[in-house]
Design a protein around this ligand. Structure first.
Ligand SMILES: [Fe+2]
Length: 278
């Protein structure tokens, strides 16, 4: 098995959202994430503090694409070679935020995933700390999703959630030493579940929650602590209902076997109630 994504130390660099209300959503993100918005063809780009979100005009609200950055040119080339050897179709265009080499693949659920290189341009500063860190999908066929991300893209499994019937209901996968850079819930529809910014410490979670309060944005879940990944969390949602997580203390995985967790509310939130997806 190639572990291409893991060997390239890939990290979540940007995400792009389709929306029917681009200006309103861009204004929301400018305030909520405390980052600058700039107009681009077809929408807006918001960037600062290593948080990069593209807002793109569309007839329906959905995830447009995701961009993972590789560590360096050699690992990017090795990753691309590995994907092509595995029969994945790699396509180059200029739609992502990568200004250097990049390509995209379409995953088993139709999600568009870019891999690329960045030139390490200095980002705009922000008064709040929390770089973009992970994305969580839902899938109607989770086993297939995990097979694609592990055996084709080369992620490693960190933790699995299993229900009483022995079925996999959630899987956490990593493309570097962070517990998960991609996760997926079994659901009755495939798409975006949420995406997350890693604030590092409890102190920063508090600062973010105070910031949301000043912006009149209510938390929809948390603060709490997840079982898998052991991270602290607080969730808000944007104007389109996309869920956004501010996380802290996410486990750094130093070689260990994947753990199995029971499918129950406590796995999702060690402290209290949970948003169950199935
Ligand atoms: Fe998350």
């Amino acid at each position: 098995m190639g572990h291409a994504a893991f060997n390239s130390n890939a990290y979540l660099h940007h995400i792009a959202l389709n929306t029917t209300q681009p200006l309103e959503l861009a204004k929301f993100y400018e305030k909520a994430l405390s980052i600058e918005r700039k107009p681009i063809k077809g929408g807006w780009v918001l960037s600062g503090g290593r948080r990069k979100v593209l807002i793109l005009t569309n007839k329906q609200n959905s995830l447009r694409f995701v961009g993972f950055a590789c560590q360096d040119s050699n690992s990017f080339k090795a990753l691309k070679r590995d994907f092509m050897e595995k029969g994945l179709k790699t396509v180059q265009d200029d739609k992502s935020l990568f200004d250097h080499e990049n390509f995209y693949v379409i995953d088993c659920d139709g999600n568009k995933i870019y891999f690329g290189l960045t030139r390490n341009k200095k980002d705009q500063n922000s008064n709040l700390y929390a770089p973009l860190q992970h994305i969580t999908f839902t899938s109607e066929n989770l086993d297939n999703f995990v097979d694609f991300y592990v055996n084709k893209l080369g992620f490693k499994i960190s933790d699995k959630v299993i229900n009483k019937k022995g079925e996999l209901t959630t899987c956490f996968m990593r493309s570097n030493q962070e517990h998960h850079t991609v996760a997926c819930f079994l659901s009755d529809k495939s798409g975006l579940d949420h995406y997350s910014f890693e604030a590092g410490t409890w102190e920063w979670i508090k600062n973010w929650c105070d910031h949301f309060s000043k912006q009149n944005i209510q938390l929809i879940w948390g603060p709490g602590r997840h079982g898998p990944g052991n991270n602290l969390f607080a969730f808000i949602e944007d104007l389109d209902g996309n869920k956004i997580e501010i996380s802290a203390e996410l486990e750094i995985v130093h070689d260990r076997q994947p753990k199995k967790w029971p499918h129950e509310p406590k796995t999702l939130n060690l402290w209290g109630n949970a948003i169950m997806r199935s």
